[in-house]
Write a protein that binds this ligand. Structure first.
Ligand code: PEP
Length: 249
């Protein structure tokens, strides 16, 4: 069973003060021994966060990366740069990137490859819209997004993925998937991973994301195929984030 991972996604939120406060709170926190923690902060805060989180259990992550190694791509940030400032993980294919910035499956695959090439752990986000779920296509959409990446990778690359199931209708809406709904999709993802390799299915952490909060995290994390959480809004409040971390222990 993978080590539980709670990853906070600050999106375009936060401040230098919040970075400092999180560094202090995480340094003082008595976290469960079997738990990994990560914070995905906006680009300008990566370097200060690397300093603030040094000596804590939290790893640092980026929220996206370019599909190019370097060059004339104004405004973009490469995987090498993320590594340079201490990031170990990076979100890829977050639904906001897919819908607001037009990243399709090919763009997601290219970014996963870049992350793997530079030694970052890609946290591959998958999720269906409400329309797709209501049409009975939710699971097929999620498995299709997974296959668009996993089919194209070598076995050793697949084994370095973290996967986050984030139903689009639950992100930032306050509407959480029920533990049973989330478990059912997680189990489908695990089954699909097992068709590549049983050991892969055992090894890849499957995170749930979508309005995970201090008061619903324990029930979600108690599901057999939910190995952790990708937390948006609640990762901006130290007490809530730490409470979610405690639920994962
Ligand atoms: C997210 O942005 O990945 C997310 C899950 O957001 P929220 O927890 O706010 O729904």
């Amino acid at each position: 069973m993978p080590t539980p991972l709670i990853a906070g996604n600050w999106k375009m939120n936060g401040s230098l003060n919040l970075v400092e406060s999180f560094g202090q709170a995480l340094a003082d926190a008595d976290l469960p021994s079997r738990l990994e923690v990560a914070l995905m902060v906006p680009f300008p805060y990566l370097e200060p966060a690397a300093r603030a989180l040094a000596g804590t259990r939290a790893a640092l992550g980026g929220q996206t990366l370019s599909d190019q190694p370097s060059g004339a791509f104004t405004g973009e940030v490469s995987g090498e740069m993320l590594r340079d400032v201490g990031a170990r993980l990076v979100l890829v294919g977050h639904s906001e990137r897919r819908t607001l910035f037009g990243e399709d499956d090919a763009a997601v695959l290219a970014r996963v490859r870049r992350a793997l090439d530079v030694g970052l752990t890609p946290v591959l986000c998958l999720g269906e819209t409400l329309e797709e779920r209501d049409a009975g296509r939710g699971e097929a959409v999620v498995i299709g997004q997974l296959e668009a990446v996993a089919d194209a990778l070598e076995a050793d690359q697949r084994s370095r993925l973290v996967i986050a199931y984030e139903p689009v209708w639950a992100i930032g809406t306050g509407r959480t998937a029920s533990p049973e709904q989330a478990q059912s999709v997680h189990a489908a993802i695990r089954r699909r991973l097992a068709t590549y390799d049983d050991a892969l299915a055992e090894r890849v952490p499957l995170l749930y994301g979508g309005s995970m909060k201090a008061d619903n995290a324990a029930d979600l994390l108690a599901q057999p195929d939910i190995d952790g959480g990708l937390v948006g809004g609640a990762s901006l409040k130290i007490d809530d984030f730490l409470a979610i971390c405690q639920s994962a222990g």
